[in-house]
Design a binder for this molecule. Structure first.
Ligand code: HEC
Length: 146
């Protein structure tokens, strides 16, 4: 695998390849989540629309404030985000824009568990994770800077 990648990188140019490799990785992750979701509901079909709704869905926090995934990751996941509480910059979530995203399954699982618990109060289901990543994969264009 590594060897083939090196040869391809030399042929295609490293930047293109690593961006592509990561989209491929995110797609593989989505397939994995879809398979898990289908063990719970054999009829499950992933949906970009549901993923987008999930991403923007506002949930009331115990302190009365409303938060969504978009509160930190912004309504365009191809844009850099900003932490709603600390103001710290967050790199874009879309794998097409940020090749570090959805690369490492352990990290992705850890972040899902952390953020889903923080925002929703429970971990997200495999179906939600599949829809979420499928939606992110469609967001490839950062908004024009204001
Ligand atoms: C309070 C701010 C905040 C909210 C709200 C938030 N996130 Fe995040 N999220 C972050 C930060 C900060 C990072 C980036 C850490 C990094 O750069 O490695 C991140 C990264 C992630 C990643 C890691 C992707 C990767 O491979 O690097 C996933 C998955 C994720 N968030 C899912 C969610 C989901 C799902 C929701 C909504 C349920 C959500 N986040 C809401 C702050 C937030």
């Amino acid at each position: 695998m590594k060897h083939t990648q090196l040869i391809l990188a030399a042929l295609l140019g490293l930047a293109t390849l690593s961006a592509q490799a990561n989209v491929t990785n995110a797609e593989a992750l989505t397939k994995k989540y879809i398979r898990i979701a289908q063990t719970v509901n054999p009829e499950f079909v992933s949906s970009v629309t549901d993923g987008k709704m999930f991403f923007n869905r506002k949930i009331k926090m115990p302190n009365g404030k409303e938060m969504a995934c978009a509160s930190c990751h912004t309504t365009n996941p191809a844009n850099p985000g900003k932490h709603a509480l600390t103001g710290k910059a967050i790199e874009p979530l879309s794998p097409a824009v940020n090749n570090k995203r959805f690369k490492d399954l352990d990290k992705v699982e850890e972040k899902f568990t952390e953020h889903c618990n923080e925002i929703i109060g429970t971990d997200c289901t495999a179906a939600e994770k599949a829809n979420y990543i499928i939606y992110l994969l469609t967001e490839r264009t950062p908004s024009a800077k204001k």
